[in-house]
Design a protein around this ligand. Structure first.
Ligand SMILES: [Cu+2]
Length: 146
């Protein structure tokens, strides 16, 4: 009786082992939906941006006379996680000085060369930020509702 079912048992074990093994190896190729990372907008702080531009003064920041080197628009739920990557050779910060009511006044602290800072903006409106050490490195992010 046992001899008759032994080949069948081996086949069943082989099938189960094959399915289990392929799940282990193929699983990472098809991650569950809750493993999906939030959509990200990447802003590079370019090399050499620590150099003071001719004619810049801080008061220009608070008026409309200054053209922000970083000016992006994002939409909540689409690309509202903003990641700044420091591609320069010195430390920088990303420090908000204007945010809409209830909006995140993000402040990165020092971001070393090659390092990054990430903030997720969930309140619509206009955010303005600058580097604490190099005020001409200012940006404006407009966050739109989805
Ligand atoms: Cu800086």
């Amino acid at each position: 009786m046992l001899r008759r079912f032994l080949p069948l048992a081996i086949i069943v074990i082989a099938i189960v082992a094959t399915v289990a093994t392929s799940y282990i190896y193929l699983g990472p190729l098809f991650p569950a939906s809750d493993n999906v990372k939030p959509p990200v907008t990447v802003i590079s702080i370019p090399r050499g941006s620590y150099i003071h531009p001719v004619g810049f003064n801080v008061t220009q920041l608070l008026t409309n006379s200054y053209k922000y080197p970083f000016n992006v628009t994002v939409t909540i739920g689409v690309n509202n996680t903003v990641r700044w990557v420091n591609d320069d050779t010195v430390d920088h910060t990303v420090s908000a000085f204007i945010a809409p009511p209830g909006g995140l006044m993000f402040n990165s602290g020092l971001i070393g060369p090659g390092k990054a800072f990430t903030a997720t903006l969930t309140v619509p409106g206009v955010y303005k930020y600058t580097c604490s050490w190099h005020q001409w490195l200012a940006g404006q992010i407009t966050v739109k509702p989805s």
